[in-house]
Design a protein around this ligand. Structure first.
Ligand code: FAD
Length: 379
């Protein structure tokens, strides 16, 4: 287990002075299904969005584990899981791949504003007919002089309605080939790019999600990240970090949920005793504690392997499954322990359940993660 330094704990606690501001009205806001721009400004002010980036672009120069710890702090202190999800999408969709694979010109132009949150980013991989089967995406970029011309569409794109810049994963080579995908940075107002309306969904209401369309979208070749055909390498790099970042937020959310449930079980009395004194309740809470600590171990152990450049394919997949399942299970347990009050919107417990259910789908479904593990085992 990592022993955190005082400096790292400061990153975890970035949101402490801003928590009240961040959480004001979060239950009512959930019903609006809109992006909370004023809360985004609070996140901008905290400096969280700059944590993993190098100082030359205005970043805080922190490591992968410290960034996860800061995001765990966001999950612990912010009750708006949709906003939290949009913040992690912001960091990982554009900033992280741009820093690692972008040209200096692209970095100079976009990174400072992505890091301070004045530009919002999104990444577009999934298509209406190609979700899990991402090697077969059909949106295509064809070279034309110094440009590429892109046609196609994307589905389920988080932050799409509010994004200023997109990283588009499109086909430049044979379908099904790992070398057939390339990645382009495109500004939202480029002619030929359009975004559909916010698509209503079960949870994560503050995080908008939409379709994105490309019709003869002309992009300079200099906007490509890495080289032609490097898309899968970039996606692999990004997905590892997306899983570690966004599920560290879930860890913080789970820790907060556990503490809330313990406090409730100690104070809510039935049959003349606190409900936590009934084994049927206390064992459920013990299982929550096990789930939270198991999630924590997987997340930070896997981060150490990724940092050490060790093969982490199984670890990342197992982490994703473990944390997303733990988030679902602990949200359902909390609802059960809060009883009828848990089912009421006003306590904010039921929205935790709706939010948690998405985690076994995005960033590669649980089935696809299990396929990865099985394939690494030679199956
Ligand atoms: C809240 C949310 C946010 C998202 N944000 C983004 C984003 O920002 N950018 C982006 O590009 N995408 C995003 N996605 C899309 C997400 O990555 C896809 O939904 C996911 O990859 C699954 O694709 P699909 O929905 O098309 O399901 P499908 O691939 O059609 O799968 C349907 C079911 O079949 C199973 N299945 C498919 N293939 C196999 C197989 N080989 N073996 C076993 N089971 C299989 C799946 O596990 C699933 O249960 C988001 C999705 C959600 C829900």
């Amino acid at each position: 287990m990592i022993t955190w330094t005082a400096e790292q704990r400061e990153f975890r606690d970035l949101m402490v002075p801003l928590a009240d501001e961040l959480n004001e009205g979060h239950i009512e806001w959930d019903e609006k299904e809109e992006f909370p721009y004023d809360k985004w400004k609070t996140i901008q002010r905290s400096g969280l969005l700059a944590v993993p980036f190098r100082e030359e672009w205005g970043g805080r120069g922190q490591s992968l584990p410290t960034t996860m710890y800061a995001l765990e702090g966001l999950g612990y202190h912010s009750r708006d899981a949709g906003l939290n999800f949009s913040a992690s999408t912001q960091i990982v969709s554009t900033g992280i791949p741009l820093q690692r694979f972008g040209s200096k010109a692209l970095k100079d132009r976009y990174l400072p504003r992505i890091l301070d949150g004045s530009l919002i980013g999104a990444h577009a991989i999934t298509e209406p007919d190609h979700g899990s089967d991402a090697t077969n995406i059909q949106s295509v970029a064809v070279k034309d002089g110094d440009d590429y011309v892109i046609n196609g569409s994307k589905m389920f794109i988080s932050n799409a309605t509010i994004a200023d810049v997109f990283l588009l994963y499109v086909r430049t080579g044979e379908a099904g080939s790992p070398l057939g995908i390339s990645v382009f940075l495109v500004e939202r107002d480029t002619p030929g790019l359009s975004v559909g309306p916010n698509i209503r969904k079960m949870g994560l209401h503050s995080s908008p999600l939409a379709e994105v369309f490309f019709d003869e979208l002309r992009v300079p070749a200099s906007n490509m990240l890495g080289s032609e055909g490097a898309g899968f390498l970039i996606l692999d790099y990004v997905m590892k970090r997306e899983i570690l970042f966004s599920f560290s937020i879930n860890l913080g959310e789970m820790q907060h949920r556990l503490e809330r449930v313990v406090a409730y079980a100690r104070s809510r009395e039935q049959f003349g005793r606190p409900i936590g004194k009934f084994q049927g309740v206390s064992h459920k809470i013990a299982d929550m504690k096990i789930a939270v600590e198991t999630a924590r171990k997987w997340l930070y152990d896997t981060a150490e392997k990724v940092v050490a450049n060790k093969d982490s394919t199984i670890d990342v997949a197992a982490t994703k499954i473990t944390v997303s399942e733990a988030n679902k299970a602990t949200a359902l347990t909390a609802l059960q322990i809060f009883g009828g009050y848990g089912y009421l919107t006003e306590h904010g417990i039921e929205k935790d359940v709706r939010n948690a259910l998405a985690g076994t789908i995005y960033s590669g479904t649980s089935e696809i993660q299990r396929n990865r593990i099985a394939s690494m085992l030679g199956l």
